[in-house]
Design a binder for this molecule. Structure first.
Ligand SMILES: NC(=O)c1ccc[n+]([C@@H]2O[C@H](COP(=O)([O-])OP(=O)(O)OC[C@H]3O[C@@H](n4cnc5c(N)ncnc54)[C@H](OP(=O)(O)O)[C@@H]3O)[C@@H](O)[C@H]2O)c1
Length: 188
């Protein structure tokens, strides 16, 4: 932290960020200097950060830069049940793409479709609009092609009402209520 603090003082960096830190790790790091952002896995279907670091971030004005914000593409709805990833693709080990989790995700996505239709947007855009409506939260989205990046950016234009945010949040429970408390999204 002392090296980072020095770089900030010298104006060579504007912010100091950490990734995959717990609340306890953030608090410890903060005792050595200001932490500006946390990069955790966070999406409609992966919510563990809300139970741990998010309240601390809100309290201390630390920005959340959510990664795997589309649950590695699951939230686009483009993967049908039975889809098999190449073993070299890290989605092959993502718990959300496996067994009953994957089935529940399909059920939830089906229920999200009418809300996306209402907004004339894709499921991916709906999931990102929900995410960036959460306190302190920005989304890092892993677009592979220019068109994906352009489509994803349009999510910023979608305005969801409080009732719609609550409806979307209720639907995601189909998936998240059946996950364990592990912070790690991938099987080893
Ligand atoms: N700090 C960390 O520990 C950490 C860990 C993981 C990731 N990250 C960062 O976070 C970024 C994003 O995370 P992520 O790649 O794991 O997950 P993600 O953003 O949830 O998903 C990325 C995948 O979603 C699909 N996708 C994205 N936009 C799409 C669209 N408009 N239409 C259809 N499919 C779309 C693409 O799948 P296809 O490839 O099938 O087209 C892409 O590979 C990474 O690039 C990385 O920089 C950080």
């Amino acid at each position: 932290m002392s090296a980072l603090n020095l770089l900030k003082e010298q104006g060579k960096i504007r912010a100091i960020g950490v990734s995959n830190f717990s609340h306890a790790q953030l608090a410890e790091a903060a005792s050595y200097g200001r932490i500006d952002s946390l990069q955790p896995p966070y999406s409609l279907f992966w919510r563990q950060v809300e139970q741990d670091a998010l309240p601390y971030c809100i309290e201390n004005n630390i920005s959340i830069l959510a990664y795997s914000s589309l649950a590695q593409g699951l939230l686009t709805g483009k993967f049908a049940l039975g889809h098999k990833f190449d073993p070299t693709d890290n989605r092959a080990k993502n718990k959300l793409f496996q067994g009953e989790n994957f089935e529940r995700a399909q059920q939830a996505l089906e229920k999200l479709c009418p809300i996306a239709l209402l907004h004339n947007c894709t499921l991916a855009q709906l999931a990102l609009a929900w995410l960036i409506a959460q306190p302190q939260t920005n989304a890092i989205v892993g677009g592979r092609y220019p068109k994906q990046a352009l489509d994803n950016a349009l999510a910023a234009q979608i305005k969801l009402s409080a009732a719609q945010l609550a409806e979307i949040d209720a639907i995601r429970r189909i998936v998240t209520d059946n996950l364990d408390d592990s912070q790690i999204m991938w099987n080893c």
